[in-house]
Design a protein around this ligand. Structure first.
Ligand SMILES: NC(=O)c1ccc[n+]([C@@H]2O[C@H](COP(=O)([O-])OP(=O)(O)OC[C@H]3O[C@@H](n4cnc5c(N)ncnc54)[C@H](O)[C@@H]3O)[C@@H](O)[C@H]2O)c1
Length: 344
């Protein structure tokens, strides 16, 4: 397979994981990088040996011949950069949150569709191996048809030291973290009919909400609770584990802290350690997320090679993004929100 030539835009905190993962993938190579901050450009360029460096994305597109671009900037720049990629007919990966608003996200999907370029949102949590193990168990039908799920992320980990911008936005946990957990709920239990939400801010030092509880009616009749908190101190800090409980017509499944998957189903009870591997460049506790970065980027290369659409295409991600919008509007109005009304 020919090696795809890619460029990375945004050389910040998280992009370093993406650069490590690209180095591990045979079918792709990052040939150029861009960051408007020359210091970040120098650090990442030197660390990964990338000589072609740009402080301006337009200059990057003008000078390089690219098979894809990987956008790892923060959300404010996502729409202009994705539209720039579409205008240059370059397939594009965009970090989450996909856009500041659902209207922006719809416009980005339309721009890429009109240009005929693939668009994938870097929605990596569903690619974590423990979450994939849960999906495989549901596919085996061991617990029958799911009727209830709880997808939970509760922690007191200090995310603000690595990502200081998270403390300053009016929106915090649903937009930044809940978006992943809501996507896992969709991945496991299907698309959503309506969502009811309550949010709170417990940490007085931040601008946005750090606790959110969401109740969802899925289109197939299942009910789920998605609960997220960065204000929950526990005996053993679980960051960044997503805990999952699913009840089905023939049994139950529990993904508990420590990556223990207990399944009680048609063939009895099994307990399996579904810990993610610790990649050579990864570090605990982030290794779960770091492994999922490698998995989603591999998926992208497979999709480009085969012509298949990515699992978390821009169009797919609109359905996750709508849940985020619904959580904010529903928490403000204290009313349930119909998801299809947002997607029309
Ligand atoms: N998927 C995940 O698991 C995960 C985890 C952490 C962060 N993220 C996401 O990754 C994105 C980046 O987060 P971060 O913590 O690395 O942020 P960061 O602020 O550390 O890095 C962003 C970088 O982008 C650069 N940049 C911004 N606008 C630019 C533009 N128009 N052109 C060129 N460079 C530009 C900045 O100079 C900065 O170096 C966010 O959207 C965040 O939500 C995802």
């Amino acid at each position: 397979m020919a090696t795809l030539s890619g460029a990375l835009i945004g050389c910040g905190f998280f992009a370093v994981n993406q650069m490590h993962a690209w180095r591990d993938i045979e079918g792709a190579a990052i040939v150029a990088i861009c960051d408007r901050d020359p210091e970040r450009l120098r650090i990442v360029g030197d660390q990964f040996g990338v000589a072609r460096r740009y402080t301006d994305a337009a200059a990057l597109f003008a000078a390089e011949t690219l098979d894809f671009v990987d956008i790892a900037t923060t959300v404010a720049s996502h729409r202009p950069l994705v539209e720039m990629a579409a205008a240059n007919r370059v397939p594009v990966i965009c970090q989450k949150p996909f856009a500041p608003t659902l209207a922006d996200a719809k416009a980005m999907v339309a721009a890429c569709a009109e240009a005929g370029v693939p668009l994938m949102v870097h929605e990596n949590f569903r690619w974590q191996s423990p979450v994939q193990a849960v999906r495989a168990m549901l596919d085996s039908r061991e617990i029958g048809t799911p009727f209830f799920g709880r997808i939970s992320f509760r922690s007191a980990y200090d995310v603000f030291s690595g990502q200081p911008y998270l403390a300053t936005g009016k929106r915090f946990i649903v937009e930044d973290l809940g978006i992943h957990i809501l996507d896992i709920a969709r991945f496991l239990l299907g698309d959503v009919k309506s969502l009811t939400a309550r949010t709170a801010r417990i940490n007085p030092a931040i601008a946005g909400e750090d606790v959110a509880t969401m109740l969802m009616d899925h289109k197939n009749g299942a009910i789920s609770v998605v609960d997220c908190s960065y204000a929950t101190r526990l005996a053993v800090e679980p960051f960044p584990e997503t805990l999952i409980e699913i009840d089905g017509s023939d049994g139950t499944l529990r993904l508990a802290q420590g990556y223990q998957l207990t399944v009680t189903g048609k063939s009895g009870t099994t307990v399996t350690d579904v810990s993610p591997p610790l990649l050579p460049w990864a570090s605990r506790p982030w290794h779960n997320i770091q492994e999922s970065v490698l998995a989603i980027q591999r998926h992208w290369v497979d999709c480009i090679a085969s012509g298949k659409g990515p699992a978390t295409s821009g169009a797919d991600n609109l359905k996750t993004f709508a849940l985020v919008e619904a959580a904010y509007t529903g928490a403000a109005s204290r009313q349930p929100v119909r998801i299809d009304d947002l997607l029309e």
